[in-house]
Design a binder for this molecule. Structure first.
Ligand SMILES: Cc1cc2nc3c(=O)[nH]c(=O)nc-3n(C[C@H](O)[C@H](O)[C@H](O)COP(=O)(O)O)c2cc1C
Length: 330
């Protein structure tokens, strides 16, 4: 797979065809700003925005929907049950000039499914059709969907293909597939072996996601990734916000983990009040700690911090001590 290649979707060029995954609690405006400092991606994605919550917020200042010029193309992910003020939220989103609006059809979290969105919306074919028709009635712009494989069953392929047809019928422009079933936790390996089959079922560009952590992963399984139109990276981008440079073949940069952590701390405090910033930074630190052999120490100390000052002191104390990198981070 040529990772430098660009992708033309609906007349928009995503160059390269590499996407930051939507991650609630992680891909807020401050984190996207940090990733944009390194570049190498084709588009960033917001965390999922509930249609109702987004409608009530001010995108000029909200850390969820705020967008800076430096970010370049940003895909806004929407979560809806179809019972909320979907049309009004979409019109408001369109005013943000999104690279695309992405519909969350994969989130397996019970509280999200209870609200009939995420994986529950993917499951309910008629509701899904209704939501897509309502979206398309008010929005002609670029539309993505992100889904899993559906519910676990020996016959999962038929309902999956049925939904691909629906996406095509309603003018969805690209589909991101995270090949796990709706009940699977992230510990279980994503089923990359399904990518060629999925791509063969649809004329839509398929963006592959799930457990892709290094260029080696892609090169060693090139026959599985080759049919894909693009790749989406999630947790590895929280561990290494510069990862897109590696994938897109940009010149490696000298990485100072302490400086990068501190920069995100600064960015996060610019966008969130301190009592909210601390949770976001702790979440990031859990991923960032995986860069180090003794990263559990950084993780443990960060969990204990009671305020931003304590968190910053403990993180920098660890990061400035020249900690040994973990085997996968060297
Ligand atoms: C903390 C966290 C939050 C997530 N939030 C979302 C979300 O808001 N919307 C979504 O579609 N997927 C969400 N996901 C799933 C990711 O987008 C992605 O599909 C998953 O992490 C697998 O990709 P990865 O192995 O590259 O991380 C989330 C995942 C994590 C770990």
């Amino acid at each position: 797979m040529n990772l430098q290649k660009s992708l033309d979707i609906d007349g928009k060029i995503f160059a390269p065809a590499l996407f930051l995954a939507p991650m609630a609690g992680v891909t807020h405006s401050a984190f996207r700003r940090l990733v944009s400092d390194f570049g190498g991606y084709g588009a960033l994605t917001t965390e999922m925005l509930s249609a109702t919550a987004f409608f009530g917020e001010n995108p000029a200042v909200s850390p969820f929907s705020r967008r800076r010029d430096c970010e370049g193309p940003v895909v806004y992910q929407l979560r809806t049950s179809g019972e909320d003020i979907l049309e009004a939220a979409i019109l408001k989103l369109e005013a943000q000039n999104p690279a695309a609006i992405d519909l969350n059809l994969g989130c397996p979290a019970p509280e999200i499914q209870k609200q009939a969105s995420g994986a529950a919306l993917f499951r309910d074919f008629e509701r899904l059709r209704h939501v897509l028709s309502r979206v398309r009635a008010v929005y002609r712009g670029t539309l993505f969907v992100k889904c899993r494989l559906g519910d676990p069953s020996e016959n999962w392929r038929a309902p999956f293909v049925e939904r691909l047809r629906l996406f095509e019928d309603y003018g969805v422009n690209a589909v991101t597939v995270h090949p796990r079933f709706s009940n699977e936790k992230l510990k279980r390996r994503a089923r990359w072996r399904e990518f060629p089959w999925i791509a063969a079922q649809t004329r839509l560009p398929v963006i592959g996601n799930g457990d892709i952590r290094s260029l080696r992963d892609v090169l060693e399984h090139s026959e599985l990734f080759e049919p894909l139109a693009g790749l989406m990276l999630g947790r590895i981008a929280a561990q290494k916000p510069w990862i897109f440079r590696e994938f897109s073949g940009l010149q490696p940069l000298h990485i100072s983990h302490a400086e990068i952590w501190d920069r995100l701390c600064r960015y996060t405090l610019e966008d969130f009040p301190p009592e909210k910033a601390i949770g976001r930074l702790k979440e990031f630190t859990a991923y960032f700690a995986q860069n180090f052999f003794f990263g559990h120490e950084l993780f443990r100390e960060s969990r204990r911090a009671r305020n931003i000052e304590e968190l910053r002191a403990s993180a920098l104390n660890f990061l400035e001590s020249g900690p040994q990198l973990s085997a996968l981070s060297v």
